[in-house]
Design a protein around this ligand. Structure first.
Ligand code: ARG
Length: 446
């Protein structure tokens, strides 16, 4: 079957074809909608510079919209014998519109086509990740506010150290996400640039109007230098992977804390039984598998930058087929991270907190610093106060005064959650997702 865009006068060896196509028929499904959007912008531009006749544009656009709807319904598939999404879309066009369909490839290459597909897909997914991060952030802030007066022990070296609170614990992870959001935004801004027009990586002798496709697709600007645009393949994925890894790092740490605190030896938090899993042999078990899976999946996502780098790091500039393999690790990562974010928000919402942890006198020593500070504030030199309290603890005569007063910013008594929320809002306002939404719906409507 001559379904290859590049097939001329010989037939490709079947084994070679199987190997080179690899998992593209599956991976490119992630890109189908975006491939269509890219083509809509490209042909609108081709018509504007006279490479398509004005009566050819409307039927081509209508057909592309139809394909977009198929992809949106999840019904787009890449047929056997068709190499990739780019070939499939072109095949669908030519089946319906004949030779007109073949004209859409003027002034581009699959190299910039896959680049633009990846950019459009990634910016869409980054928005979804940012939304999911924000939902988890809100849940953590709610819990932090709710439990701002509920004390728990703080640890260093996993040894009881100082009083902490659930207000601090939940709020810490919220603030961590506010920082992760900055990474996501940097990744988003680098992603939201138009590579279309770089063609095979060296531009085209057609007078392409790259400003027009940039505007139509709602990109902030373009990757100007055509060689750089092609060099961005792999670099964009790596940078985005770092942002995803940053979020995943927050989730993995939170998940480990939760597993630890949920253990009977801690009993700081509890999951309602319908959110736990049982054992096939031990009838009493209520395991926190949810957090364990969040931890493992998040750790896997933290390996994504390394995986991307190992695939592409030692390539010189210009396109190579190696880049195709990045799709296999990169494209599924968004769904996995989104799932972890949503599940974390869900389970944090359900989490019950032990409000009486510090009633147990084994935790009394964590108030030692409070006592030292009290004596020091009353005029005793800090070293002498430290020694006196230390000796009392040794002698078993230390009396813990559990009434604590922490007032500085970010401490138990002054969480500054409103300021953390302001930081998050400030970052979110810098994405300008609405510009992209407007451009994409205009392209699909016009
Ligand atoms: N499947 C290819 C990829 O993901 C599409 C580009 C093919 N380009 C080429 N020169 N063989 O990279």
């Amino acid at each position: 079957m001559a379904n290859k865009l590049w097939e001329k006068n010989f037939v490709v060896n079947r084994e070679i074809e199987r190997f080179t196509v690899g998992r593209d028929r599956e991976m490119d499904l992630y890109l189908a909608k975006y491939d269509v959007l890219g083509s809509m912008a490209h042909i609108t531009m081709l018509e504007s510079i006279g490479l398509l006749k004005c009566d050819e544009l409307p039927p081509l656009l209508a057909e592309l919209k139809r394909i977009y709807a198929i992809a949106e319904r999840g019904e787009f598939c890449i047929e056997d014998g068709v190499e990739d999404v780019h070939s499939q879309v072109e095949l669908m066009l030519t089946r319906r519109l004949g030779d007109m369909g073949k004209k859409i490839h003027s002034g581009r290459s699959r190299n910039d086509q896959v680049l633009v597909d990846l950019k459009l897909f990634t910016r869409h997914e980054l928005k979804e990740i940012a939304d999911a991060v924000k939902l988890l952030f809100d849940e953590l802030i709610r819990k932090s506010d709710h439990y701002k007066n509920t004390l728990m022990p703080g640890y260093t070296h996993l040894q009881i150290a100082m009083p902490s609170s659930f207000g601090l614990w939940f709020g810490a992870y919220a603030e961590s996400l506010a920082d992760d959001m900055l990474f996501l935004q940097a990744a988003y801004r680098m992603t939201n640039r138009n590579p279309l027009g770089s063609a095979a990586g060296y531009g085209s002798s057609f007078p392409l109007n790259r400003e027009l496709t940039t505007r139509l697709l709602g990109f902030d600007s373009m990757d100007y230098n055509v060689v750089y645009a092609q060099m961005g393949r792999g670099k964009m994925e790596r940078n985005v992977a770092f942002a995803l890894a940053s979020v995943a790092g927050t989730l993995a740490k939170l998940a480990f804390d939760a597993c630890l605190f949920n253990s009977q030896n801690f009993s700081f938090v509890k999951l309602p039984k319908e959110c736990t899993t049982g054992s096939s042999i031990m009838p009493h078990k209520k395991n926190p598998d949810v957090f364990e899976l969040i931890r493992a999946k998040s750790n896997k996502i933290q390996s994504l930058p390394q995986q991307v780098m190992l695939i592409m790091n030692n390539l010189p500039c210009g396109y190579f087929r190696d880049l195709q393999i990045i799709k296999e690790v990169f494209l599924p990562a968004f769904g996995e991270l989104k799932d972890c974010l949503q599940m974390t928000a869900y389970i944090i919402n359900k989490m019950e907190v032990n409000e009486h942890i510090l009633d147990n006198e084994m935790y009394d020593p964590i108030f030692s610093v409070e006592e030292v500070n009290r004596l020091a504030a009353d005029g005793m030199p800090f070293r002498d106060a430290y020694k006196q309290v230390g000796l009392e603890i040794e002698a078993g005569t230390f009396h813990a005064d559990k009434h604590i007063r922490h007032t500085h910013e970010g401490s138990i008594g002054n969480l500054c959650n409103d300021r953390i929320q302001a930081l998050m809002e400030q970052t979110l306002a810098g994405f300008h997702f609405e510009r992209v939404e407007q451009a994409e719906s205009k392209l699909l409507k016009d």
